[in-house]
Design a binder for this molecule. Structure first.
Ligand SMILES: Cc1ncc(COP(=O)(O)O)c(C=O)c1O
Length: 406
């Protein structure tokens, strides 16, 4: 189907919740995508961090095909072997967390919020239900996850929101200390804020939050939907800070593109859920679990966490070097393969457009920020390609903005 026809059908029949770029991809291999016109792109967004082992990795494709031939879904009324196996693998990789499986990041966060409130109720009795989250956070679009999201623009028009949430500035320990009351049951944070433009807290922020939680008997929930599974150069972002949250959530990369979310909880916290407390029809079905097991194999076999750390460092240092003299660039930041360029004015959409034209896919967020979440498999040559493309696009934009005015 031609792009114009896809766009016409979308406009006519799909409910308008996305502002899409005028491109439709038809094939992907590794870090490359091809559009309807046959044009090739290097993908530095990877489906917002989903295609972490690249598009259509042969081992994930083979695992999905094999599973589809055997059994796709039976429901959680029965035991599911690959689900049990995946939970055991995640227990080993996380150092002792039990799993609840669902289908998205928002759902994993809903599960975390429900578990935290139930745990506090069973342990402390009535009245301890409040959840503190951070301004600028993003936790998903379902009601409690949206309420936990500390951005008014996502709340507008959907009031009344879920009760019992409080917001504090991110990376501000005093604000957390002041917000805690006898009603606080949990603090919920992204280790690095992704959607609002890769905001990295000070090194001592999360350890201090973890310490406050321990002292007050408050649960620490980390939303690792975007940061988890190698993205930041460690398997879990919380490893950078040598802390262990009580609960953390995953989605995006976990099943190589097949929808899956996971809530992981320490066993004593997980005890607060019992049969009928929470459930998901599709959660942890055969297909998603087979894909997730293959994903974890690929990450280990190809040493992709190590590659993310090395390529992330290379990309960050080269980006910083080529943008150092730029009047347009305010800051380049990143951890592993989660990076952002912040501009001094609202040029992110123009940059995104220019780069797309030149065959590099990046993501404009918040007017003046370009976010990059390349697949963990990227090579030095692809880093070099991206650097040249970004350098060229910035120079072009500077010429347009500054030289036409003088
Ligand atoms: C940190 C974080 N949490 C939650 C979500 C929501 O995930 P989903 O869109 O799978 O519901 C996202 C999505 O971007 C995210 O980045």
């Amino acid at each position: 189907m031609r792009l114009e026809e896809i766009m016409r059908l979308d406009a006519e029949y799909v409910i308008r919740t996305y502002s899409r770029l005028p491109v439709a991809f038809v094939m992907g291999r590794g870090s490359r995508l091809w559009d309807t016109e046959g044009k090739e792109y290097v993908d530095f967004v990877s489906g917002i961090g989903v295609a972490a082992v690249g598009h259509c990795h042969p081992k994930i494709v083979a695992a999905v095909k094999k599973q589809v031939d055997e059994l796709i879904h039976t429901s959680n009324l029965y035991y599911i072997a690959p689900q049990a196996e995946l939970a055991r693998r995640l227990w080993e990789l996380s150092g002792g967390y039990k799993c609840f499986f669902c289908n998205s990041g928002a759902e994993a966060n809903e599960a975390a919020i429900k578990l935290a409130r139930r745990y506090a109720k069973l342990k402390y009795g009535e009245g301890r239900y409040e959840i503190i989250s951070a301004l600028g956070s993003f936790h998903g679009r379902t009601y409690a996850a949206m309420t936990a999201t500390g951005q008014e623009k996502y709340h507008a028009g959907f009031e009344p929101l879920v009760g019992g949430f409080k917001y504090v500035p991110f990376n501000d320990i005093e604000a957390i200390q002041e917000a805690i009351t006898e009603r606080t049951c949990a603090i919920m944070l992204e280790p690095i804020q992704g959607e609002s433009g890769v905001r990295i807290p000070d090194d001592d922020y999360l350890p201090k939050v973890a310490d406050i939680c321990d002292r007050h008997g408050i649960l620490l929930i980390l939303d690792e939907v975007q940061t988890g599974l190698g993205r930041t150069g460690k398997l879990w972002a919380h490893e950078h800070y040598s802390i262990k949250p009580h609960i953390f959530t995953l989605a995006k990369a976990i099943a190589g593109g097949v929808p899956m979310g996971v809530m992981l909880a320490k066993p004593d916290v997980a005890e607060a859920f019992e049969p009928a407390c929470h459930a998901s029809t599709f959660g942890g079905n055969f297909l998603a679990c087979a894909a997730a097991l293959a994903f974890l194999d690929v990450v280990a076999q190809e040493r992709l966490v190590e590659n993310a750390a090395a390529m992330g460092e290379l990309l960050l240092s080269k980006l910083q070097a080529v943008t150092k003299q730029s009047r347009l660039v305010k800051e380049v930041r990143g951890k592993g393969l989660m990076l952002a360029i912040e501009f001094s004015s609202d040029v992110a959409k123009d940059m995104q457009g220019k780069l797309l034209e030149g065959g590099l896919i990046v993501n404009a967020v918040g007017g003046n920020i370009i976010r990059m979440l390349p697949p963990l498999i990227i090579t030095e040559a692809e880093v070099e390609f991206a650097i040249r493309a970004i350098e060229g696009a910035i120079e072009e934009l500077e010429r347009e903005l500054f030289e036409c005015r003088t």
